[in-house]
Design a protein around this ligand. Structure first.
Ligand code: G3H
Length: 255
């Protein structure tokens, strides 16, 4: 039965890979919407995949969220990525501190015996503050590290869930509703076709920067995220997905 199950996931992984046009898909059994441990299993698999890609002195940019927090939780000292540097992909996005990229980035570095650099930026930022803060030498230095990341690891959220969790102001909620936003990643909200509906004003990685990164790993599971996952990959900027059976089965059903 174990081999049968392995085979079943091989087929499912191949299907999801084709639907989303990805280089690599890894599926964990179960549904993280139903059982909390599945999210940690996703985290473990994401860490194992990361290990296969890391070289000494690599820079890894990471986003926030509970899935990325689970990846951090499951990390162990690195064997390949010695002396790696963790940076937050973007500044604060209105998340609780344990779900913020800065916190997760520091925890990952500690677990993997690496280094980290943080982005100290207020949240949210006005246009005026944004323009002046990116001129600050301390911020510029970290921004350059982010733009030169070798690997990016990020979560994908359901647009409504994320907007609510981040206590998004009413006028932005209206914009998300009118624009039919279904997914969120890196503080960007996307519609079903993968078009940007809105973005949170913060410093750090811009969507365009992802095109220069060889390995972009998305970690997202749960049946409720299937639509969000499909929407995010429409704009084709990540090439690896670590997901679960719940999301994967829903994805192939919907396509
Ligand atoms: O930044 C947050 C992610 O897009 C999704 O968060 O992993 O807690 O669902 P999550």
């Amino acid at each position: 039965p174990y081999l049968e199950r392995m085979h079943r996931f091989d087929v499912l992984e191949e299907k999801v890979k084709q639907i989303l046009n990805l280089d690599h898909v890894i599926i964990a059994p179960g549904d993280s919407d139903q059982e909390e441990w599945v999210k940690f299993d996703l985290g473990r698999r994401a860490y194992e995949f990361l290990q296969t890609r890391l070289k000494p002195n690599d820079t890894i940019a990471v986003t926030g969220g509970t899935s990325m927090a689970a990846v951090a939780e499951m990390m162990q000292p690195s064997t390949n990525g010695t002396n790696c540097l963790f940076v937050p992909a973007r500044g604060g996005l209105g998340e609780r501190v344990e779900n913020q990229a800065n916190t997760i980035c520091a925890e990952m570095a500690n677990k993997m015996n690496g280094e980290y650099r943080l982005l100290y930026v207020p949240d949210p930022l006005s246009e005026e503050t944004y323009q002046s803060i990116i001129q600050e030498p301390g911020v510029r230095e970290v921004l350059e590290m982010i733009q030169q990341a070798d690997v990016v690891m990020h979560g994908i959220g359901d647009a409504c869930t994320m907007a609510e969790r981040r206590k998004t102001p009413d006028h932005v909620l209206d914009k998300l509703k009118k624009g039919n936003a279904v997914s969120e990643a890196f503080g960007y909200y996307f519609d079903r076709q993968g078009q940007v509906v809105s973005k949170v004003r913060t410093v750090g990685m811009q969507l365009e920067d992802l095109s220069n990164v060889k390995t972009v790993i998305a970690v997202a599971g749960g049946k409720s995220k299937a639509e969000a996952i499909e929407s995010f990959f429409k704009q084709g900027r990540s090439n690896v997905l670590i997901t679960d059976e719940g999301a994967a089965k829903m994805l192939i059903k919907g396509s």
